[in-house]
Design a binder for this molecule. Structure first.
Ligand SMILES: [Zn+2]
Length: 199
């Protein structure tokens, strides 16, 4: 129906989350109408982010060097680790200004149905980190969804088994159940952090 380059663009755009075939088509036509500069800036932004941004070697947050800004910041408490699913959750928690420790980004949540098993996430790396760095508390801040809760239980059990003396906490209730952290407002998320409880 379309010339192959147009079809290729639509196909690529339709792979983006939340973008169906119709939206992909609309975006493709927007790009076709855009000036060379505008379309080039979009292509260049995608290329640059893939070239320059990788994962922090310590916490697996996004980083433009070997370590992310938070792991490079000496003022952040290295004995307090907050475990989240995605880098976007780090941003959500940072916005609350309630957390002065460091992070550990799992890269998703356990979901056996979708083929996501413990070895697909940075869980082993978390256990190793908790054992080696003199960590005193791990706050589990996975999403209050079915997969996030299952992940929290799995990690809490794994940490308890390896390090019974370690304090393992979970964000307080009050977060909208079934929703991702990124949709929680700052006040609610901040309260959930300050009121975290042992698990
Ligand atoms: Zn880091």
């Amino acid at each position: 129906m379309y010339a192959p380059p147009v079809q290729r663009l639509i196909t690529e755009l339709s792979k983006l989350p939340g973008v169906g075939g119709r939206t992909a088509q609309r975006l493709a036509f927007y790009i076709l109408r855009a000036s060379d500069e505008e379309a080039g800036a979009l292509a260049e932004a995608i290329r640059e982010v893939k070239d320059r941004i990788g994962l922090c070697e310590v916490c697996f947050n996004l980083a433009d060097g070997p370590r992310c800004r938070i792991c490079s910041d000496e003022r952040r408490d290295p004995e307090l680790i907050c475990v989240v699913e995605e880098p976007s959750d780090v941003i959500s928690i940072e916005r609350t200004h309630e957390f002065a420790g460091r992070y550990h980004v799992l890269g998703g949540a356990l979901s056996p149905i979708d083929g996501v098993d413990p070895e697909d996430l940075k869980i082993g790396e978390l256990y190793a980190r908790a054992e080696s760095d003199g960590v005193r508390e791990v706050v589990i801040a996975t999403n209050p969804t079915t997969t996030g809760e299952a992940t929290a239980l799995h990690i809490a059990a794994g940490l308890r088994q390896r390090q019974p003396q370690l304090s393992v906490t979970r964000l307080a209730s009050g977060l909208p159940v079934g929703a991702d952290l990124e949709y929680a407002d700052e006040l609610t998320l901040g309260r959930a952090m300050s009121g975290r409880r042992s698990v």
